[in-house]
Write a protein that binds this ligand. Structure first.
Ligand SMILES: O=P(O)(O)O[C@H]1O[C@H](CO)[C@@H](O)[C@H]1O
Ligand SMILES: O=c1cc[nH]c(=O)[nH]1
Length: 306
């Protein structure tokens, strides 16, 4: 079959027949390409891909993973593989790739198209991809980590609508249930913060789209906001962010086992503004990273000696 992607042992689920007709594939926003780079040599052994909004977070995660995996060069700065492009940043730590995706669905979609093609060109197999992000919690304590069982849209439906030409194509947002359970099991070894499984609501906006009263525009009352957030809670939503439905849809269609793990920066039933200090927020951001490091170490059969 032409232009197929099949990272999971179960094989192919999506195809782009045009790709095989192209002599060269330029991954413009990553500043990589099939003629300019030896992608199988650079990335063929990648087994885990972790993505998150901010370049600094993803650099810190790669440095942290180097230490956690006991790799040579741990403690030194890591090089940005996409330094020729200032759209996204990409770092490596052994079999782990750490990439930033910016904010919102358009930004993560562009990155994922190019990343998935990169993994395909590099002939990667059995890749697990995890979004490690931040979110607004719903009825949960700030600092809690939510492992997403289902990514839902702002009407609490497990679907992602992609406009393709002049059609709206509806895609499933199912995530890998076994992977979510495996992550929950790993979290039991990290007692310093609560971790739970729940639905994650993905919106197109941080302010009106997430029912905030503190944006430049707001046309609803405090009562309407709370009614909406309470209905979301009753539908099983435990946190709100801005990429999970597109992430789940694209990864699922391309055969990647995917998970979303986000820390809650606040409880949206209590307020809208993020008031925690930079130090507290930095520590919160590290919580999903610690959980994923424990998961990767376990998958690689590494035993803690410290
Ligand atoms: O913390 P990250 O992963 O960037 O993601 C969350 O933070 C951003 C909003 O502040 C949105 O992109 C949302 O999804
Ligand atoms: O409330 C929040 C916090 C982080 N990210 C979001 O998308 N929403």
């Amino acid at each position: 079959m032409q232009g197929c992607f099949g990272f999971a042992p179960t094989g192919v689920r999506e195809q782009n027949p045009h790709l095989d007709l192209m002599e060269e594939d330029i991954l413009y926003h990553l500043d990589l390409g099939t003629k300019t780079h030896n992608l199988p040599a650079m990335f063929g052994d990648i087994k885990f891909v972790c993505v998150g909004g901010s370049p600094n977070r993803m650099r810190a995660f790669a440095q942290f993973m180097r230490r956690e995996l006991g790799l040579a060069g741990a403690g030194e700065d890591v090089a940005d593989i996409c330094a020729g492009s200032d759209r996204y940043a990409m770092y490596r730590a052994g079999p782990v790739l750490s990439i930033s995706h910016g904010m919102g669905i358009p930004s993560i979609s562009i990155m994922l198209h190019e990343l998935i093609k990169l993994l395909h060109h590099a002939k990667c197999r059995d890749v697990t991809i995890i979004r490690i992000g931040t979110s607004g919690g719903l009825g949960i304590e700030a600092g809690s980590v939510v492992i997403t069982d289902m990514a839902v849209d702002s009407s609490f439906r497990p679907r992602f609508e992609q406009v393709v030409l002049d059609d709206v194509v509806v895609r499933s947002t199912e995530l890998d249930k076994d992977l979510a359970e495996e992550l929950l099991t790993c979290s039991r070894d990290i007692p310093d913060f609560p971790t739970l499984i729940g639905h994650t609501m993905c919106t197109y906006d941080f302010y009106e789209g997430q029912g905030r009263l503190d944006g430049a525009l707001c046309s609803f009352s405090s009562e309407k906001k709370l009614d909406y957030l309470r209905r979301a809670y009753e539908a099983g939503v435990r946190n709100i962010e801005m990429e999970s439905t597109a992430f789940a849809a694209l990864c699922g269609l391309c055969g990647l086992k995917a998970a979303v793990v986000c820390v809650a920066l606040l409880d949206r039933l209590q307020g809208d503004q993020i008031r925690a200090s930079h130090e507290v927020l930095w520590e919160y951001q590290q919580r999903p990273q610690r959980l994923i490091a424990a998961f990767i170490r376990k998958r690689l059969g590494l035993v803690r000696t410290d």
